[in-house]
Design a protein around this ligand. Sequence first.
Ligand SMILES: [Zn+2]
Length: 259
Amino acid sequence: MPELSDVEGFRRYFARQAGGRRIERVEAPDADLLRNTSAQRLGRALKGERFADPRRHGKWLLPPTRGPIVLLHFGMTGRLSWSGEDPDPHSHDRVIFPLAGGALRFRDQRKFGGVWLARDEGERTEVTGPLGPDALAVERTDLDGRLAGRRGAIKSALMDQELVAGLGNLLSDEILWQARVHPRRKARGLEEPERAAIYDALRQVLRESVEHGRVPRREGWITGARDDRGAACPRCGTKLCHSTVASRSACWCPRCQPW
Ligand SMILES: [Zn+2]
């Protein structure tokens, strides 16, 4: 499932392939993925415009034009494909932007993602809902203040897009494992050294993940081990726990992250 690091990778891809190109029209082989508009309306709003380099906020990609803002959310399986690099269309291409010199395709197998149109920042907020600061930019004191007001588990607090935007299952589990904090600990009951460890882990996990354009399944990270049931903690060798926290799947080490 695309998280901040994946969408940051899409942002770079979008800028490299489609940035500055003139938009010719919009095609929607699957109009269901146009969430608040139609191919005709979106095409009319965008025709002749050029995509500026997109912004990203949390898991949202926002390629602005001089006028309207397009919003892309990648759901569970969304990604981008540029015809110059990947010439063959695919049956999962849901929305296509033919541009000068090529076509940018929004490809999404499971169709939880989508494309929205907003005329201005006010409409943009209506689409995204309230978003907290982007996890890549959030400051320590801001995050601490936000966590201090939360009754629930730290794992669900980190994944709440209104608290801080961009973290999903993999990133939140990796951050908590690296910080040695149990995912079910109450956010507002954390001690100062634990909050410091979470912030440091957040910075480091995001820095490395953004560089890879995804959460790397690397040795020495819990993300590299979590997919194998029965896998051992890369740090201490204890069998990892898999369960749910606030109805989301979670993975942690019972020894490194004591309750
Ligand atoms: Zn461990």
